[in-house]
Design a protein around this ligand. Structure first.
Ligand code: DX5
Ligand code: ZN
Length: 221
């Protein structure tokens, strides 16, 4: 399974989003990771459907929308219409997960489920057969630039190796040149990186470095 690198636009210059999208796409981004926060589910607020729609209009790679919101069911239609190619919501959100999954599938889009660092991996097991992607958070969601929590790798191994899940396993939070190999060896194949990409002097070289390390570590695993 080849590695996918998904820059998180949370760390981009929001005054120049279209240029930032073009910059990471030219540098080899596979997906654009778009972090939606509602100020309730997480203690921060970011972007909503109108901004996603503008990003989608200039994007040429898939838009990977990660919603850290209390009402993923209520807002799913808005984000899907705005252009989410993958809609990933949290298992900890109070909405009925099977309802969210059905809504996204009916729209013909990919659905993902995310779990926080302190959520037991068993919580997602009942839904695995119906998911295109599982997102394992390696920081507590809300902010970019936090330190990678390596304990979550046990969950990645469980999903990929013990349960044999063959969909996308995405890891998000604190991913960079020092942490990506461990995540890839554990079985992740989609790597979100915000500060490690947008904070790099040479974005193209950083994405290439991340991809090489991930591919090598997953091949050796
Ligand atoms: C955190 C977000 C992440 C974040 C990653 O709540 O879900 O996508 O932007 O940023 P870094 O790579 O800087 O940890
Ligand atoms: Zn995210």
């Amino acid at each position: 399974m080849s590695s996918k690198i998904a820059p998180s636009l949370l760390s981009c210059d929001f005054a120049r989003i279209a240029e930032e999208v073009a910059r990471v796409e030219a540098a080899g981004a596979d997906w654009l990771h778009l972090d939606v926060m509602d100020g309730h589910f997480v203690p921060n607020l970011t972007i909503g459907p109108p901004v996603i729609e503008k990003i989608k209009a200039v994007a040429s790679v898939p838009c990977d929308v990660h919603v850290m919101i209390t009402d993923p069911l209520k807002f799913a239609p808005s984000y899907l219409e705005a252009g989410a190619d993958t809609y990933t919501f949290h298992v900890e959100a109070p909405d009925y997960p099977a309802g969210v999954i059905e809504c996204v599938k009916k729209a013909g889009k990919r659905v993902g489920m995310a779990l926080n660092p302190d959520t037991p991996v068993e919580r997602i097991k009942p839904y695995l057969d119906n998911l295109d992607l599982v997102l394992v958070m390696s920081v507590f969601p809300g902010f970019g630039g936090q330190r990678f929590i390596s304990d979550v790798l046990a969950k990645v191994r469980r999903i990929r190796y013990d349960w044999g899940y063959d969909g996308d396993v995405e890891i998000d939070g604190g991913i960079g040149p020092d942490t990506i190999e461990a995540a890839a060896a554990a079985g992740a194949n989609v790597f979100v990186a915000g500060s490690a990409i947008f904070g790099a002097k040479d974005v193209r070289a950083r994405i290439a470095e991340l991809r090489e390390k991930a591919d090598a570590a997953s091949a050796a695993a």
